[in-house]
Structures are given as structure tokens and as C-alpha cells.
Write a protein that binds this ligand. Structure first.
Ligand code: NAI
Length: 288
């Protein structure tokens, strides 16, 4: 199932997204090296992948043999240089901080083979800027998976200013081979996904702040009226309100247009530590 010339993939960061990316790559028949800072994090990541594969077995989507073969294709590594030494493709999924991505990409550039494609799963940082910290900007690209990775079909494939056609074609082809639907977009703040989604979420928060309706009512209007599977406030809670605020700040700063200004109520919730599902409380209450 794997793409012609990509056999070995290194995934940098074994958190929410990294373990999902390792899961789908290994399930697609690729050899995966999952890299993170500590052995404990990596052990938890592999346990998560195992649990998610077990769920697929229970739903009869894969066999037990598929699960075992998938797990056998994943190895873990805390030494980043060793982890990427054999990689044809590296997918980075470390936290969303521009200076961290720049440091990681300079290091990947130094240690990954010269032919390797370096991809980032960033939701909002410029691919062009990330590419500038390497000596191979033509081989740097965005591979923006959606959460949860094994379930969601979309891969937003982002071309930086210097990304070449061959790199783009190989990433598109690989994404299809993994059973995903890749969509090619250019590198502008928020790409397409967050450029369109975040203003809608922000507007829902303004509507709440102005007392237009209660959270449940706002979400129900968008679910039943617009056929969205989830209301915008519930979706914001799922994504994390801090993440939403970060992405809106990027859109506001980089596009320089006040229509992207984050709603003061969103800032207030984040300041209070009401971050959505992960903290038990956001626009909705998740305690119990
Ligand atoms: P996370 O915080 O769950 O995981 C990040 C992992 O990176 C952690 O396990 C951490 O130990 C590891 N890490 C930190 N510094 C590292 C380093 N120098 N080398 C190796 N590993 C390192 O973060 P999450 O949510 O998985 O996000 C990762 C990226 O994916 C971010 O760029 C984020 O914007 C993007 N993203 C997140 C989505 C989500 O729903 N969480 C959706 C789409 C993209």
C-alpha cells in the first residue's frame, strides 16, 4: 500500500497527533520510527496506538494479525538524530511554537538523508518560514492531519513558497495510499482549514458574549440548521480554547485585519484555565 519510494517514516513528537500519524503510517505498511523526548512518553504513545488498533479490531475494521503487524512496524527512539537517519519522510508533530519548529527543522535537515522530505503537521505556522531554517526548502511541506488522525480523512497538503512539484506529488500520492483524501493548498496564514473555521468559532463566541443565545442554542442552530456534525462552541472545546486563541492571534497578526481579532470572552476563558474538554470545562461543562 505504501507510496513508491517512501518506505521509512520518522514521526517527531508522540503526542495527540504524532501517535495518530504513526498509527496510520504503520497501518499503511511503512516502517515507522516514533521520536519523542522521553521513553515514558513513547511508551504511552505506543499504548495509545495499541488501544486504538484494538478498537478497530472490535469494530471488525482490521484483523488481529493486521493489528500485530502494524505495531511491529513501529519502533521508538529518544535520540532524534538516530531516529531520522534512515527516513525517506519525516513528519514533525511537536508543540505549536515557531521557535521550536525552527530548531527541530534545522536539526532534521542536519541528520535526515539528503533525499528525505521534511513535513510539518503545523496548524498555523508558515511552512515557508519553517522551510527557511533548512538547506532544502524545496523538500519542506505541510502535511496537516486532522484529529483523530486514524478516523479523519482529510490531509491538507501545504506548499511553501519553495516547495517543488515532485515533493508535493509524492506527499499527495502517499496520503492517498494511506486511504486519506489530500487537498493541496498554498501557504497563507491558517491555510484553508483554520482560515475558514476559526472566524466561525470566533463569531459564535461573540454571539455568546453579546447574549444573542446560550451555548447550547448556538450549537443547535449550527448543527440542525447548517448540518454541521458539531456546533462551533463544542468544536472549540474539543480543539482546546488555548489552541483556538493561538490560531486566531496568528490570523490577526499575519493578515493584519481586525476581522480576525480574538473575542474578549475567548481570552477570558483561556485566562481562567477553561480550555475545553481537556480541562473539564469550556463553553460546555465536561465534569462527569
Ligand atoms: P502534543 O502536545 O499532544 O504533543 C507534542 C509532543 O511533542 C509531546 O509528546 C512532546 O513530548 C513532544 N516534543 C516536544 N518537544 C519535542 C522535541 N524537541 N523533539 C521531539 N518531541 C518533542 O501536541 P499535538 O496536539 O499532538 O500537536 C502537535 C502539532 O500538531 C502542533 O503543531 C499542532 O498545532 C498540530 N495539530 C494539532 C491538532 C490537534 O487537534 N491537537 C490538529 C492538527 C494539527
Amino acid at each position: 500500500m505504501s507510496s513508491k519510494n517512501i518506505r521509512t517514516v520518522a514521526v517527531i513528537g508522540g503526542g495527540t497527533m504524532g501517535n495518530g500519524i504513526a498509527h496510520v503510517m504503520a497501518q499503511g505498511g511503512l516502517d515507522v520510527v516514533l521520536v519523542d523526548l522521553s521513553a515514558d512518553v513513547l511508551q504511552r504513545a505506543v499504548e495509545t496506538i495499541g488501544k486504538n488498533l484494538d478498537r478497530q479490531v472490535r469494530k471488525n475494521r482490521i484483523s488481529e494479525a493486521d493489528r500485530d503487524a502494524t505495531l511491529a512496524r513501529i519502533r521508538t527512539e529518544t535520540d532524534r538524530a538516530a531516529g531520522v537517519a534512515e527516513a525517506d519522510l519525516v513528519v514533525e508533530a511537536v508543540p505549536e511554537r515557531a521557535e521550536l519548529k525552527a530548531e527541530v527543522f534545522a536539526d532534521l535537515d542536519a541528520h535526515a538523508p539528503a533525499h528525505a522530505i521534511l513535513a510539518s503537521n503545523t496548524s498555523s505556522i508558515s511552512i515557508t518560514e519553517i522551510a527557511a531554517s533548512t538547506s532544502r526548502p524545496e523538500k519542506v511541506i505541510g502535511m496537516h492531519f486532522m484529529n483523530p488522525v486514524p478516523v479523519m480523512k482529510l490531509v491538507e497538503v501545504i506548499r511553501g513558497l519553495a516547495t517543488d512539484d515532485e515533493t508535493t506529488a509524492r506527499v499527495m500520492e502517499l496520503s492517498k495510499a494511506l486511504g486519506k483524501v489530500p487537498v493541496e493548498v498554498n501557504d497563507y496564514p491558517g491555510f484553508v482549514s483554520n482560515r475558514v473555521l476559526m472566524p466561525m468559532i470566533n463569531e459564535a463566541v461573540f454571539a455568546l458574549m453579546e447574549g444573542v443565545a446560550e451555548p447550547e442554542a448556538i450549537d443547535t442552530v449550527m448543527k440542525l440548521g447548517m448540518n454541521h456534525p458539531m456546533g462551533p462552541l463544542a468544536l472549540a472545546d474539543l480543539i482546546g480554547l488555548d489552541t483556538c486563541l493561538n490560531i486566531l492571534e496568528v490570523l490577526h497578526r499575519e493578515l493584519g485585519d481586525d476581522r480576525y481579532r480574538p473575542c474578549p470572552l475567548l481570552r477570558k476563558y483561556v485566562a481562567a484555565g477553561w480550555l475545553g474538554r481537556k480541562s473539564g470545562r469550556g463553553f460546555h461543562d465536561y465534569d462527569g
